[in-house]
Design a protein around this ligand. Structure first.
Ligand code: ATP
Length: 207
Protein backbone atom coordinates (compact mmCIF):
# COMPACT_ATOMS: atom_id res chain seq x y z
CA UNK A 1 0.00 0.00 0.00
CA UNK A 2 1.24 3.49 -0.86
CA UNK A 3 0.44 6.27 1.62
CA UNK A 4 0.81 9.59 -0.18
CA UNK A 5 1.21 12.78 1.90
CA UNK A 6 -0.63 15.88 0.67
CA UNK A 7 0.12 19.21 2.27
CA UNK A 8 0.71 22.90 1.55
CA UNK A 9 -0.02 26.30 3.02
CA UNK A 10 -3.29 27.90 4.03
CA UNK A 11 -5.31 28.55 0.87
CA UNK A 12 -2.68 27.00 -1.42
CA UNK A 13 -5.19 24.51 -2.86
CA UNK A 14 -4.89 21.29 -0.81
CA UNK A 15 -8.65 20.74 -0.64
CA UNK A 16 -8.95 21.44 -4.36
CA UNK A 17 -6.29 18.79 -5.10
CA UNK A 18 -7.80 16.45 -2.55
CA UNK A 19 -11.14 16.70 -4.40
CA UNK A 20 -9.39 15.77 -7.65
CA UNK A 21 -8.08 12.62 -5.98
CA UNK A 22 -11.53 11.76 -4.62
CA UNK A 23 -13.08 12.32 -8.06
CA UNK A 24 -10.64 9.69 -9.39
CA UNK A 25 -11.72 7.21 -6.73
CA UNK A 26 -8.52 7.55 -4.66
CA UNK A 27 -9.42 7.51 -0.95
CA UNK A 28 -8.37 10.57 1.04
CA UNK A 29 -7.98 10.74 4.82
CA UNK A 30 -8.71 14.34 5.80
CA UNK A 31 -6.84 15.44 8.94
CA UNK A 32 -9.28 18.35 9.42
CA UNK A 33 -12.16 15.87 9.75
CA UNK A 34 -10.12 13.74 12.17
CA UNK A 35 -9.23 16.83 14.25
CA UNK A 36 -12.91 17.73 14.53
CA UNK A 37 -13.70 14.17 15.67
CA UNK A 38 -11.03 14.16 18.38
CA UNK A 39 -12.58 17.30 19.93
CA UNK A 40 -16.11 15.88 20.15
CA UNK A 41 -17.77 16.03 23.55
CA UNK A 42 -16.65 13.28 25.93
CA UNK A 43 -13.61 12.11 23.89
CA UNK A 44 -10.09 11.98 25.37
CA UNK A 45 -9.06 15.03 23.32
CA UNK A 46 -12.10 17.00 24.54
CA UNK A 47 -11.25 16.18 28.18
CA UNK A 48 -7.62 17.30 27.79
CA UNK A 49 -8.60 20.54 26.09
CA UNK A 50 -11.29 21.40 28.65
CA UNK A 51 -8.82 20.67 31.48
CA UNK A 52 -6.21 22.98 29.89
CA UNK A 53 -8.42 25.82 28.58
CA UNK A 54 -11.31 25.76 31.04
CA UNK A 55 -15.07 25.36 30.62
CA UNK A 56 -15.34 28.86 29.14
CA UNK A 57 -14.48 27.37 25.75
CA UNK A 58 -17.62 25.18 25.82
CA UNK A 59 -20.97 25.89 24.19
CA UNK A 60 -24.21 25.31 26.15
CA UNK A 61 -24.46 21.80 24.68
CA UNK A 62 -20.98 20.91 26.02
CA UNK A 63 -19.28 20.86 22.60
CA UNK A 64 -16.12 22.94 22.17
CA UNK A 65 -16.79 26.40 20.74
CA UNK A 66 -14.27 25.95 17.91
CA UNK A 67 -14.24 29.58 16.69
CA UNK A 68 -13.64 30.77 20.29
CA UNK A 69 -10.84 28.25 20.81
CA UNK A 70 -9.45 29.26 17.40
CA UNK A 71 -9.33 32.92 18.44
CA UNK A 72 -7.59 32.09 21.73
CA UNK A 73 -4.86 30.00 20.13
CA UNK A 74 -4.46 32.20 17.09
CA UNK A 75 -3.52 35.23 19.17
CA UNK A 76 -1.18 33.30 21.49
CA UNK A 77 1.56 31.07 19.99
CA UNK A 78 2.19 29.41 23.40
CA UNK A 79 -1.46 28.34 23.65
CA UNK A 80 -1.39 27.22 20.00
CA UNK A 81 1.57 24.97 20.77
CA UNK A 82 -0.18 23.64 23.86
CA UNK A 83 -3.32 22.77 21.88
CA UNK A 84 -1.27 21.09 19.15
CA UNK A 85 0.67 19.13 21.76
CA UNK A 86 -2.50 17.98 23.54
CA UNK A 87 -4.30 16.89 20.39
CA UNK A 88 -1.38 15.52 18.33
CA UNK A 89 -1.50 11.95 19.75
CA UNK A 90 -5.29 11.73 19.23
CA UNK A 91 -5.04 13.09 15.69
CA UNK A 92 -2.18 10.71 14.81
CA UNK A 93 -4.04 7.68 16.10
CA UNK A 94 -7.27 8.84 14.42
CA UNK A 95 -5.45 9.08 11.09
CA UNK A 96 -3.80 5.71 11.68
CA UNK A 97 -7.24 4.09 12.30
CA UNK A 98 -8.61 5.55 9.06
CA UNK A 99 -5.57 4.24 7.14
CA UNK A 100 -6.02 0.81 8.72
CA UNK A 101 -9.69 0.68 7.72
CA UNK A 102 -8.82 1.54 4.11
CA UNK A 103 -5.98 -0.99 4.07
CA UNK A 104 -8.37 -3.70 5.31
CA UNK A 105 -10.70 -2.79 2.45
CA UNK A 106 -7.84 -3.52 0.04
CA UNK A 107 -6.98 0.04 -1.01
CA UNK A 108 -3.53 0.21 -2.60
CA UNK A 109 -3.09 4.01 -2.75
CA UNK A 110 -4.28 6.31 0.05
CA UNK A 111 -3.80 10.06 0.27
CA UNK A 112 -3.33 11.72 3.67
CA UNK A 113 -4.46 15.36 3.43
CA UNK A 114 -2.69 16.89 6.42
CA UNK A 115 -2.11 20.67 6.61
CA UNK A 116 0.48 20.16 9.41
CA UNK A 117 2.11 17.07 7.85
CA UNK A 118 5.67 18.20 8.69
CA UNK A 119 4.88 19.98 11.97
CA UNK A 120 3.04 16.90 13.31
CA UNK A 121 5.82 14.63 11.94
CA UNK A 122 3.29 12.57 9.99
CA UNK A 123 5.54 12.98 6.93
CA UNK A 124 7.50 9.95 8.23
CA UNK A 125 4.60 7.68 7.27
CA UNK A 126 4.14 9.02 3.77
CA UNK A 127 5.91 8.59 0.43
CA UNK A 128 5.78 10.46 -1.84
CA UNK A 129 5.03 13.81 -0.21
CA UNK A 130 3.12 16.23 -2.41
CA UNK A 131 3.26 19.93 -1.56
CA UNK A 132 0.69 22.20 -3.19
CA UNK A 133 2.57 25.44 -3.69
CA UNK A 134 1.29 28.82 -4.84
CA UNK A 135 3.01 32.19 -5.19
CA UNK A 136 2.55 34.53 -2.19
CA UNK A 137 0.34 37.13 -3.94
CA UNK A 138 -2.00 34.50 -5.35
CA UNK A 139 -2.19 32.78 -1.96
CA UNK A 140 -3.13 36.05 -0.26
CA UNK A 141 -5.70 36.97 -2.92
CA UNK A 142 -7.40 33.53 -2.87
CA UNK A 143 -7.44 33.37 0.91
CA UNK A 144 -9.02 36.84 1.22
CA UNK A 145 -11.63 35.95 -1.43
CA UNK A 146 -12.49 32.55 0.05
CA UNK A 147 -12.71 33.60 3.71
CA UNK A 148 -13.81 37.22 3.09
CA UNK A 149 -11.06 38.46 5.40
CA UNK A 150 -9.01 41.64 5.41
CA UNK A 151 -5.50 41.66 3.98
CA UNK A 152 -4.05 42.05 7.49
CA UNK A 153 -5.98 39.07 8.88
CA UNK A 154 -5.06 36.89 5.88
CA UNK A 155 -1.37 37.86 6.19
CA UNK A 156 -1.41 37.04 9.91
CA UNK A 157 -2.85 33.61 9.20
CA UNK A 158 -0.27 32.91 6.48
CA UNK A 159 2.60 34.11 8.70
CA UNK A 160 1.46 31.93 11.62
CA UNK A 161 2.36 28.84 9.56
CA UNK A 162 5.61 27.18 8.54
CA UNK A 163 6.74 29.09 5.40
CA UNK A 164 5.37 27.49 2.24
CA UNK A 165 8.82 27.58 0.63
CA UNK A 166 10.21 25.45 3.51
CA UNK A 167 7.47 22.92 2.88
CA UNK A 168 8.27 22.97 -0.82
CA UNK A 169 11.91 22.16 -0.09
CA UNK A 170 10.83 18.98 1.75
CA UNK A 171 8.53 17.75 -1.02
CA UNK A 172 9.04 14.78 -3.33
CA UNK A 173 6.50 16.30 -5.74
CA UNK A 174 5.53 19.97 -5.98
CA UNK A 175 2.24 20.97 -7.58
CA UNK A 176 2.45 24.63 -8.58
CA UNK A 177 -1.12 25.93 -8.24
CA UNK A 178 -0.43 29.53 -9.25
CA UNK A 179 -2.21 29.10 -12.59
CA UNK A 180 -5.80 28.33 -13.53
CA UNK A 181 -7.87 25.33 -12.47
CA UNK A 182 -7.23 23.88 -15.95
CA UNK A 183 -3.47 24.16 -15.36
CA UNK A 184 -3.93 22.46 -12.00
CA UNK A 185 -5.87 19.62 -13.59
CA UNK A 186 -3.08 19.11 -16.11
CA UNK A 187 -0.40 18.96 -13.39
CA UNK A 188 -2.63 16.68 -11.36
CA UNK A 189 -2.96 14.14 -14.22
CA UNK A 190 0.82 13.81 -14.35
CA UNK A 191 1.10 13.36 -10.59
CA UNK A 192 -1.69 10.80 -10.61
CA UNK A 193 0.08 8.75 -13.29
CA UNK A 194 3.28 8.92 -11.25
CA UNK A 195 1.80 7.76 -7.96
CA UNK A 196 -0.44 5.03 -9.34
CA UNK A 197 2.18 3.33 -11.51
CA UNK A 198 3.34 -0.02 -10.12
CA UNK A 199 6.38 0.11 -7.83
CA UNK A 200 9.71 -0.99 -9.32
CA UNK A 201 11.68 -3.68 -7.47
CA UNK A 202 14.07 -0.93 -6.32
CA UNK A 203 11.20 1.18 -4.91
CA UNK A 204 9.89 -2.00 -3.31
CA UNK A 205 13.26 -2.38 -1.57
CA UNK A 206 14.21 -5.57 -3.43
CA UNK A 207 16.87 -4.44 -5.90
P1 ATP B 1 -6.92 25.60 3.81
O1 ATP B 1 -5.58 25.18 4.29
O2 ATP B 1 -7.28 26.95 4.32
O3 ATP B 1 -8.00 24.59 4.00
P2 ATP B 1 -6.51 24.83 1.03
O4 ATP B 1 -5.03 24.66 0.84
O5 ATP B 1 -7.30 23.59 1.19
O6 ATP B 1 -6.79 25.84 2.19
P3 ATP B 1 -8.35 25.52 -1.09
O7 ATP B 1 -9.52 25.77 -0.22
O8 ATP B 1 -8.31 24.26 -1.91
O9 ATP B 1 -7.01 25.66 -0.25
O10 ATP B 1 -8.13 26.74 -2.10
C1 ATP B 1 -8.20 28.08 -1.63
C2 ATP B 1 -9.14 28.90 -2.52
O11 ATP B 1 -8.55 29.03 -3.80
C3 ATP B 1 -10.50 28.23 -2.74
O12 ATP B 1 -11.48 29.23 -2.80
C4 ATP B 1 -10.34 27.54 -4.09
O13 ATP B 1 -11.57 27.40 -4.76
C5 ATP B 1 -9.42 28.52 -4.80
N1 ATP B 1 -8.53 27.87 -5.80
C6 ATP B 1 -7.75 26.80 -5.61
N2 ATP B 1 -7.03 26.54 -6.70
C7 ATP B 1 -7.36 27.47 -7.62
C8 ATP B 1 -6.95 27.75 -8.96
N3 ATP B 1 -6.03 27.03 -9.59
N4 ATP B 1 -7.52 28.80 -9.59
C9 ATP B 1 -8.42 29.58 -8.96
N5 ATP B 1 -8.86 29.38 -7.70
C10 ATP B 1 -8.33 28.34 -7.03
Amino acid sequence: MRIVGLTGGIGSGKSTVSNLFKARGIPVVDADVVSRDVLKKGTGGWRKVVAAFGEDILLDNGEVDRPKLGQIVFSDPGKRQLLNRLLAPYISSGIFCEVLKLWMKGCTVIVLDVPLLFEAKIDKWTKPIIVVWVDPETQLRRLMARDRTSEEEAKNRINAQMPLDSKRSKADIVIDNTGSLEDLDESFQKVLAQITKPLTWREFGLS
